[in-house]
Design a binder for this molecule. Structure first.
Ligand SMILES: [Zn+2]
Length: 243
């Protein structure tokens, strides 16, 4: 009895390295197949492609861009010819507010910002380019027409998060508040009026939030609290939230 148990344990120890080797080979094969056949935007280890649709790993890829040298983001934003953006002058008014490197954004081929000339940090601007392009498709799907303009309350504002002493991401031009959409046919979809409006508009606004959550680190909608009843807040700060 003792002898049989002894041999069983010995056999299992002998087999263990082989099992690990097989597991490792299968893992390498699976990664190779995934890398080869799964679309770029779903693979967290690939760099962001600004021209790709949103996918499983878009937010991770954009976060990695935000953590990499600023020149990489600048090169990416300048690689798309249909994005109306310029380098912003550095702005350091007081305390920790302001920015050293940012872009002034007017809009893209997909949609313009209303009003134009919004200063935001480069990774946020890259995210906006992707989101505006996706929103054009979302509007076509739910409302039968594209997006002409994005209405907003701006990006930069040197202030703390409401009810706290923590600086808001708006203090660094790293957040943006979106209040509505002007469609190609002239209709306006407002976050305040349409969040609980007609079924199509409700679906459209929830799809807008879903797309934002796939891109930005933080997306807050009217579902979050009353302070966001009239806008979506998006930012590229260190927190992570989709509400
Ligand atoms: Zn905000």
């Amino acid at each position: 009895m003792f002898r049989r148990s002894y041999y069983r344990v010995k056999r299992s120890i002998k087999r263990t390295p082989l099992r690990w080797l097989v597991f490792l080979l299968l893992l390498i094969a699976a990664m190779f197949v995934t890398d080869r056949y799964v679309a770029h935007q779903h693979l967290p280890w690939r760099p962001l492609d600004i021209t790709a649709p949103t996918g499983f790993a878009t937010d991770i890829q954009l976060t990695r861009l935000a953590l990499s040298p600023a020149s990489r983001c600048a090169r990416m934003i300048e690689s798309v010819t249909d994005y109306q953006t310029r380098v912003a002058e550095p702005h350091r008014p007081q305390g920790s507010c302001g920015w050293d490197i940012a872009r002034n954004i007017d809009g893209s081929e997909a949609a313009d910002l209303k009003p134009t000339d919004v200063t935001m940090q480069c990774p946020l601007a890259v995210g906006m380019y992707i989101w505006m392009r996706e929103m054009d498709k979302v509007a076509m799907e739910h409302l039968g027409t594209g997006v002409k303009s994005i209405q907003h309350y701006g990006a930069y504002s040197c202030r703390p998060i409401a009810g706290t002493s923590t600086p808001s991401e708006h203090s660094y031009a790293n957040a943006f508040d979106i209040s509505g959409f002007v469609l190609d046919d002239g209709r306006v979809v407002s976050v305040l009026k349409d969040w609980n409006g007609s079924p199509e508009r409700r679906k459209f606004l929830r799809a807008a939030r879903r797309q934002a959550c796939k891109i930005f680190r933080v997306t807050l909608s009217p579902d979050y609290n009353d302070a966001h009843a009239d806008h979506f807040h998006i930012d590229m700060g260190p927190s992570s939230s989709c509400r």
